[in-house]
Ligand binder design. Structure first.
Ligand code: PGA
Length: 253
């Protein structure tokens, strides 16, 4: 195994209160502390970043913002800036999650956010993935366009600092994840595309899989899917499920 598996816990818009967020964090912390082969990145709602990250002194967990505006300030009511994310000790930024794209985020927005995250020293997690799969393989072209835009303003030397999270939209929130075999094929395609566009540093880009990850499929995906980690939604907000998921990785991958 090359390095620890990165497990991003995407809490989305959960939970409803800071009290519950602290409880969920505490449970997640205990799970992470026991798992030597896993490193956990928690992406809580932005309001909870500060109380959770400033109170945490350990090394096992890192923090991510689920989204941010590329600018460092300005007249953007309701947005948070990448600079502000960096200021509250988050080290990762999710960019272009399917739910942000569904709310209107464009490929060009992701280009700006990836560049801004790198500028502020954050690790961007560029989320890509097609809505549907057809027989003629159009999804490869779709993902290629997302990668092309997302990496467009990245200096060739910094390419390896970007993480790509491949999340087929049809698997997010669904019952079944994609098969590790299909993920393997997609991982090869993603790497090949980045190398083609940006040179050899593309080989070192970490790739994560996301979409219906659970305790049944997590370890297999890490073993056979050619991925460095997982982006977990639903299973990350239920401590029992998350504990089982991390334990299955710890023993089976
Ligand atoms: P899910 O969500 O694990 O609930 O399918 C994944 C995601 O949207 O990142």
């Amino acid at each position: 195994m090359a390095g620890k598996h990165v497990i991003v816990a995407n809490w989305k818009m959960h939970p409803a209160s800071l009290r519950e967020a602290k409880k969920l964090f505490e449970a997640t912390r205990k799970i992470a502390d026991k798992a030597s082969r896993v490193s956990v990145v928690i992406a809580p709602p932005a309001l909870f970043l500060t109380p959770l990250s400033t109170g945490y002194k350990g090394k096992k967990i890192a923090f991510a913002a689920q989204n941010a505006h590329e600018g460092d300030g300005g007249a953007f009511t309701g947005d948070i800036a990448v600079a502000q994310v960096e200021d509250v000790k988050a080290h990762y930024l999710l960019v272009g999650h399917a739910e942000r794209r569904a709310a209107g985020e464009t490929n060009d927005d992701t280009r700006k956010k990836v560049a801004s995250a790198l500028y502020y020293g954050l690790t961007p997690v560029l989320c890509v993935g097609e809505h549907v799969r057809t027989q003629n393989g159009e999804h490869f072209g779709f993902v290629r366009d997302q990668l092309k835009a997302g990496f467009q303003s990245v200096d060739p030397n910094a390419v390896g600092k970007v993480i790509v999270a491949y999340e087929p939209v049809w698997a997010i929130g669904s019952e079944e994840a994609m098969s590790p075999r299909e993920m393997h094929e997609m991982a090869i395609f993603i790497r090949k595309t980045i190398v083609e566009l940006h040179g050899a540093k593309g080989h070192s880009v970490k790739i994560l899989y996301g979409g219906a990850v659970n305790e049944q499929n997590a370890a297999q995906m890490l073993q056979f899917g050619d991925v460095a980690g997982l982006l977990v939604g639903r299973a990350s907000i239920n401590p029992k499920e998350f504990a089982a998921l991390v334990e299955s990785i710890q023993t089976n991958s």
